[in-house]
Ligand binder design. Structure first.
Ligand code: KIV
Ligand code: ZN
Length: 434
């Protein structure tokens, strides 16, 4: 471990994140079709991108980064197909990514012709490491790239008919000195001249997640409180997940003042992925906050995503994995059973069931088995399965005897299905009596 240096990023004492709790959904921007797609072993073809775009629209995304049309013919064609087939709803902003280079910016303007609402996203890398080993440029030279890029977009925008917003990302922000990140953003703002009605988006990416989530949040808070004309800025975050903390980093950054989140469905993206927007949104949902995304049918989201990306959703993925509403252990099954019963008896509007943070039916999972019976299950679980699957309330006196029998079966065969439990019950108590 001695070969890794601690990355010192901040030198200030006060930590006063403005929000103590997340109270409302941020502006969501899906980067599935760009950051997510560029990380696929088999990138999506146009038809797959079209289907994915439709899914994102259906989920309620109002900002969708569709790719890098000036650098990829496929992404150019995809964008033109969206336009030709009139697939972009009026209330959706199409976002395109572009480097700060004249010919790419020109080509991007060609690609976005006829689109009503566009976010033109330019970026350049600002971190100490990239300045040193990749670009061999000093701070001033790096800042000039951003300024020039902004000028080029401003010039091109004069001949563009739609509504065009600028997004600027100091790429590798998490490895950049805060005062320099601020200096570059302020210089971009000076050129662009945003207004309250047409704010500029500053997207501060954790291009590589380098630190604990609170440090990212501190960086966001620092930027948020040092920007001038804050009301003309939308502060966006773009967390990656290298330390496995993308969701936590997002939530803390929202507390620290971020207003917009870029991420992907199920966290697809470079290396360990971008932040999983669905995870953040379901977390909000499970705490009574409207996520402002239509995420009630997780099965459909999984189905389209898996088909288009050819990547599977892991069985323990929060809210979406196959196993997340399954209880294996007897004590859990028993508690779930009692919790469900209490909910029913009290006719409670508030979901409170042990071990089930949300009602599975809220995400379209009501038909999935909640309880599976194996050697870890207790007697409550067996009775619960009979009631769940067959509406049959097993008399209390029979709980232990039947559960012992099922447990013995599971020790030799593994999991016991609800049908086998019912058959065993019949054999023991009905057939035996006849
Ligand atoms: O991760 C990143 O920094 C990016 C930028 C292009 C925003 O994807
Ligand atoms: Zn990224």
């Amino acid at each position: 471990y001695q070969k890794y240096k601690h990355v010192p990023v901040l030198d200030y004492k006060e930590r006063q994140w403005p929000n103590k709790e997340i109270q409302k959904a941020p502006i969501w921007c899906s980067v599935d079709l760009r950051d997510g797609n560029q990380a696929l072993i088999e990138p999506m073809v146009v038809e797959e991108k079209l289907e994915f775009f439709n899914l994102l629209v259906k989920l309620g995304f109002k900002e969708i980064e569709i790719g890098f049309p000036s650098a990829s013919q496929l992404e150019y064609d995809f964008l033109r197909t969206l336009v030709d087939r009139k697939m972009i709803p009026d209330d959706v902003r199409v976002q395109i990514l572009c480097q700060c280079r004249q010919h790419l910016i020109d080509k991007s303007f060609e690609a976005i012709k006829g689109i009503k609402n566009v976010v033109f996203h330019i970026y350049n890398s600002t971190s100490t490491l990239q300045r040193d080993v990749v670009f061999h440029m000093n701070r001033e030279e790096i800042k000039q790239i951003a300024i020039e890029g902004t000028r080029m977009v401003k010039e091109g925008a004069k001949n563009f008919d739609g509504n065009l917003w600028l997004e600027y990302s100091p790429e590798s922000f998490t490895g950049t000195e805060m005062d320099f990140a601020l200096e570059v953003c302020e210089a971009v703002k000076e050129v662009w001249q945003p207004t309250v009605e047409r704010p500029i988006i500053f997207n501060l990416p954790a291009t590589v997640e380098m630190n604990t989530p609170n440090v990212y949040a501190d960086q966001i808070e620092w930027m948020s409180s040092h920007f001038t004309e804050r009301e003309k800025i939308i502060l966006s975050i773009h967390p990656h997940n290298d330390r496995g903390c993308g969701v936590a980093a997002t939530e803390l950054a929202l507390l620290a003042g971020a207003e917009r989140v870029e991420g992907t469905l199920f966290g697809n993206g470079e290396r360990t992925g971008n932040v999983d927007i669905l995870n953040v949104a379901y977390n909000m949902f499970s705490q009574g906050i409207n996520p402002e995304l239509n995420i009630e049918n997780v099965n459909e989201i999984i189905e389209v995503t898996e088909r288009c990306t050819k990547m599977g959703v892991p069985p323990r993925h929060p809210y979406a994995g196959k196993l997340v509403f399954t209880a294996f252990s007897g004590s859990h099954q028993d508690a779930i059973s009692k919790g469900m019963q209490a909910l029913h008896e009290r006719n409670s509007a508030i979901w409170e069931v042990p071990y089930l943070p949300i009602d599975p039916s809220d995400v379209g999972r009501e038909y999935e088995p909640l309880v599976r019976i194996n050697s870890q299950s207790g007697k409550g679980g067996v009775a619960f399965v009979l009631e769940q699957y067959y509406g049959f309330k097993l008399p209390k006196e029979m709980h232990k005897e039947l559960a012992d029998k099922i447990q013995a079966m599971s020790e030799t065969q593994g999991e016991v299905s609800p049908e086998q439990i019912m058959d065993t019950f019949r054999n023991m108590y009905i057939d035996a009596k006849e």
